[in-house]
Write a protein that binds this ligand. Structure first.
Ligand code: SF4
Length: 258
């Protein structure tokens, strides 16, 4: 499924975005990075904390040259650029063109994605160095679509996610997969086993602690309890059956499970 094409009056591709964080030490492993938060996501995960950014409307669009010039000015402080959102791959051709230009400028590029736009992801892969893809639950179409808040076409959704995995398996980039662990939704050993069986090729698999707070897309998630770090460590031991490097992100720290 092709990503959205946004063109300026002169035919230049445009990217819709919420904001740019000009310096972050935490978003690209081991490197200082700028972070571009793209606007829009086709899914509506109840636990999402991206707020209005999920809806593309109301945000500015800029031509790819705007981002290149902005990031070039900061190049002495940052060596990498992270695209997150929202769903960056939703803006397929514009994002591919921008990543191509930034890669030619020498930036390392990381993309965060839910995997719903495999063709855009495939086209991006020659220009990016790191892909972090969310895996929300076991690979059952109805369950996956339910957690993604996208119940209209569950089979399509799952097949797009699986196509993204197939492209990533062959790609020469660093591959991170990650699951936000939500009590009663996906915090079961058989779910984590099913997820990790599909990504044995991962460079890292991360279990992330769900944090209830105000402003989540579905208010019902705001009253779900935060899972304990100990719970995540137990699930990490299950994931280790399939993936050699497993980390737990909980209570403000990241630990690798040995
Ligand atoms: S995939 Fe889900 S969690 Fe990620 S931005 Fe979209 S709605 Fe939010």
């Amino acid at each position: 499924m092709p990503g959205k094409r946004l063109e300026g009056g002169n035919g230049a591709l445009k990217l819709r975005f919420g904001s740019i964080v000009s310096f972050s030490k935490t978003e690209y492993p081991g490197k200082a990075a700028a972070v571009v938060l793209t606007a829009g996501c086709p899914w509506k995960c109840g636990y999402c904390d991206a707020g209005p950014l999920v809806n593309a409307s109301g945000y500015a669009e800029e031509e790819t040259s705007f981002f290149v010039e902005f990031l070039r000015k900061n190049k002495e402080h940052i060596g990498s650029v992270v695209f997150t959102g929202g769903e960056p791959c939703m803006q397929g051709n514009a994002l591919v063109e921008l990543c191509k230009q930034l890669s030619q400028e020498g930036f390392k590029i990381k993309i965060d994605t839910c995997g719903y736009y495999p063709d855009s992801l495939r086209d991006l892969l020659p220009y990016v160095n790191y892909v972090a893809m969310d895996l929300k639950t076991r690979f059952n179409a109805e369950e996956y679509a339910k957690i993604a808040g996208f119940k209209s076409a569950p089979r399509t959704l799952l097949s797009q996610v699986l196509r993204s995995l197939a492209f990533l398996e062959k790609a020469r980039v660093l591959k991170e997969f990650r699951t936000t662990v939500i009590p009663g939704v996906n915090d079961f050993p058989d779910v984590i086993l099913d997820i990790t069986e599909q990504v044995k090729f991962a460079d890292v698999y991360a279990l992330q602690q769900f944090k209830p707070k105000e402003g989540l897309l579905d208010k019902a998630f705001e009253s779900i309890e935060m899972p304990s770090k100990d719970k995540l460590l137990k699930l990490a031991a299950v994931a280790k059956h399939n993936v050699s490097k497993v980390v737990v992100r909980a209570d403000g720290t990241e630990v690798e499970v040995r």
